[in-house]
Write a protein that binds this ligand. Sequence first.
Ligand code: 0O2
Length: 223
Amino acid sequence: KHSEDALLELENFDLLMMRYDSAIREVRTKLEILNDELSLTRDYSPISSIISRRKKPMSIYQKLLKQENEISLASIEENLNDVAGVRVICPFIDDIYKVAKMLVQQDDITLIRVKDYIRNPKSNGYRSYHMIVQVPVFFSSEKKPMRVEVQIRTVAMDFWASLEHKMKYKKGLSEEVIQAITDDLAECAATISGTDMRMMGIRDRINELEKYNEITKKQQAYN
Ligand code: 0O2
């Protein structure tokens, strides 16, 4: 018998999972609307892509066990912040902060926690902006506040995190190999961070050129 069966056998486990799926949809829709609006009004998309996932019963079970928390629906809601996860990939670092602000200032969103691993990167080089938000979801006879973990990062940060994540779950690597890869990853994280900053600078220069061209065009038309 699988250990996660203890979860699956809980009454209304499916219902709780459906609620987390709904919360993911609410947050995704909010982000998609913001991106659609800005694409139209400013001709600029602060979001490149959105990925979402609901934590698998096995991972929920393992996390509760690890935290030495009881296996119950109430315990999941109380102790796990990342059953519903939305990952937002932005082109530039400043887009991350703009998107985070626009989401959090919506009056039905409650910000529970922020972890800014961009201003304070982890020692392995991990960078990303994490928020736990609470969003109300309307069901047939009640309104449920649901927690969603939102991770916001650039394309480059995401590229790095995917590869690092892959290594973390690889079994049978020797200490030596792990150390070498860890060092290499840390170096890449530093390069990526520098590149992300430079890319913003290049974007600003291009925008300024565009503005300058528009002004010159207007002046020429006037003359
Ligand atoms: P998975 O497999 O991605 O789901 P909490 O999770 O809230 O109880 P914690 O661990 O302090 O507490 O949360 P944190 O650090 O805000 O976010 C954890 C999640 O961020 C991880 O989820 C990863 O998705 C991501 N993350 C954090 N650190 C790293 C890192 O060093 N490398 C990579 N690649 N991702 C990281 P899970 O559940 O650990 O993993």
